[in-house]
Design a protein around this ligand. Structure first.
Ligand SMILES: [Ca+2]
Ligand SMILES: [Ca+2]
Length: 184
């Protein structure tokens, strides 16, 4: 699937590691078949259902500032992880999910099943860098140090399983990563 798309970009190594982890039996977030398009959800919603997302958290240090954190952060076992209903967090200037208030990264991964094509808008906001992938294709990103910005993408979820991944890193100051969705 990935090879057919012929795309290599920041974060893809981590994505492939995620595939390998799944194949090795490490669980990832999962969701029963849900007809999101029939939900009538036309306002922005953050929740996808309990336990949909595997949220993995890594601390790093500022020596990893190579201008491309994606190649460096998401390697090895995470420092912490949990299962969540959403990829929506706002830590502000407080401690992040793995114990550091600066220099941490998060990756939310979910397998979202839908029974038929489902056109969904996904709105991603973040401080600092973030990226959204669906089945290995980068749909949105703003992978640099910055205050909160927003990227909105129109995604067509295919019948069956769709692997959705949100990557994020915090460099300094405030920190948030917030994914929301709605049906057009
Ligand atoms: Ca920040
Ligand atoms: Ca911070």
């Amino acid at each position: 699937m990935l090879a057919q798309q012929g795309k290599l970009h920041e974060g893809i190594e981590g994505f492939l590691e995620g595939i390998a982890a799944e194949a090795s039996g490490q669980p990832i977030g999962n969701h029963p078949e849900v007809n999101y398009c029939a939900s009538g959800q036309t306002g922005w919603e953050r929740d996808f259902g309990a336990g949909t997302w595997l949220a993995e958290y890594w601390n790093f240090d500022n020596s990893m500032n190579t201008g491309n954190f994606g190649a460096n952060i998401f390697v090895g076992s995470p420092d912490a992880y949990e299962y969540t209903s959403n990829a929506y967090e706002n830590w502000g200037n407080s401690t992040g999910p793995a114990g550091q208030s600066n220099f941490f990264g998060t990756r939310h991964t979910a397998t979202i099943n839908v029974p038929a094509n489902c056109v969904m808008e996904m709105r991603l906001r973040g401080d600092d860098g973030y990226a959204l992938y669906v089945d290995g294709v980068r749909e949105a990103h703003h992978w640099s140090n910055h205050g909160t910005t927003t990227r909105t993408s129109t995604i067509t979820l295919q019948p069956g399983e769709n692997l959705v991944m949100v990557e994020f890193y915090e460099w300094g100051g405030g920190a948030n990563i917030r994914l929301e969705w709605r049906i057009n």
